[in-house]
Design a protein around this ligand. Structure first.
Ligand code: CP
Length: 327
């Protein structure tokens, strides 16, 4: 089928093809043109965990291709609260949707749902496991940010900072990076929140130079990208346990100026925790032109449009169903 459940399903040529299709979506995302290619199609957006950008940008991407969106958010607003299984939910919803996006707190739950679905299912995040569309938009952003410096993803130097144990976006991103050459990955986390060993080993097995450290300032001193993540409080046994790590690896403008090479790009999948004791990317970075966090979110619409066009096999039809707009 054409589900998107894990980045493991993509090789380098798939990734490059997705990025080419995403590039071609720019006139639609920028409202210079409209396309009706998915007119009459319905996206079922099933989000059983909080989400702002993944849910809304999947929905906007589908709308921008001309389709309609129906959604449910949280367990309490779905019949799962009455004991309905994922199997029954998938059988029912796939009867009146053309594609489904789903986020769920349990690892493997989206794959279980997809196995019962009659239409393609896209993983919007399954517990601490994977977040494929986020990793694709992150890599797409890295590609774009480095292209302006005449660089590609091969030879990338990146520091991944924060909760690398529960952060599903960095799990998926590391898996994608295996397809590129000579990547230097510095993993910065408390030992208790380290990147799962199998993901580290898989990167080393393709020859990547992987350094594991707890030293933030040294790790950000020689990288192209400093990618920060939030402590995934919802995955911890208690808030108190999460609080032990909160604010451990704060990056602010003064640290950036003192330690980073000029033009080091700062990324974060968002949401960043803006509570005063937590802010892993300080608000004083907001005027820093190398802060790419909102460009990441913008790029998410392009990448998700590409994923829908590919999964529903309409890439060649997008421009044929389009016209210019002027508003
Ligand atoms: N990056 C991301 O997954 O954000 P949301 O939780 O808002 O969807």
């Amino acid at each position: 089928g054409s589900d998107i459940l894990s980045v493991e399903q993509f090789d380098r040529s798939d990734i490059e093809h997705i990025f080419q299709v995403a590039d071609a979506m720019a006139p639609y995302a920028l409202r210079r043109r409209v396309t009706r290619v998915l007119e009459g199609a319905i996206l079922g957006n099933m989000f059983f965990e909080p989400s702002t950008r993944t849910r809304i940008s999947f929905g906007c991407a589908f709308n921008l291709l001309g389709g309609e969106v129906r959604e449910t958010t949280g367990f309490e607003s779905s019949a799962i609260a009455k004991g309905e299984s994922l199997y029954d939910t998938a059988r029912v919803l796939s009867g009146f949707s053309d594609v489904i996006c789903m986020r769920h707190p349990q690892e493997g739950s989206v794959a279980e749902f997809a196995a019962a679905s009659r239409v393609p299912v896209l993983n919007g995040g399954d517990g601490a496991n994977e977040h494929p569309s986020q990793a694709l938009l992150d890599l797409y952003t890295i590609r774009k940010e480095l292209a302006s410096k005449d660089r590609g993803i091969d030879g990338l130097r990146i520091a991944l900072i924060g909760d690398l144990k529960y952060g599903r976006t960095v799990h998926s991103l590391c898996k994608l990076l295996r397809h590129f050459k000579n990547v230097q990955v510095t993993l910065v986390s408390p030992a208790e929140l380290a990147m799962p060993e199998n993901i580290v080993e898989e990167m080393r097995s393709v020859g990547h130079n992987v350094v594991v450290t707890e030293d933030l300032t040294q790790s950000i001193s020689n990288v192209d990208i400093a990618y920060s993540t939030r402590i995934q409080e919802e995955r911890f046994a208690s808030k108190e346990e999460a609080d032990m790590y909160r604010g451990r690896f704060r990056l602010n403008q003064s640290i950036y100026t003192q330690y980073c090479e000029p033009n080091t790009v700062i990324m974060h999948p968002l949401p960043r925790d803006s509570r005063a004791d937590a802010n892993e990317l300080d608000n004083d970075l907001n005027q820093n032109p190398n802060l790419a966090i909102f460009r990441q979110a913008d790029n998410g619409v392009l990448v998700r449009m590409a994923l829908f066009a590919l999964v529903l096999d309409v890439v060649d039809q997008v421009d044929k169903c389009a016209r210019d707009v002027n508003w």
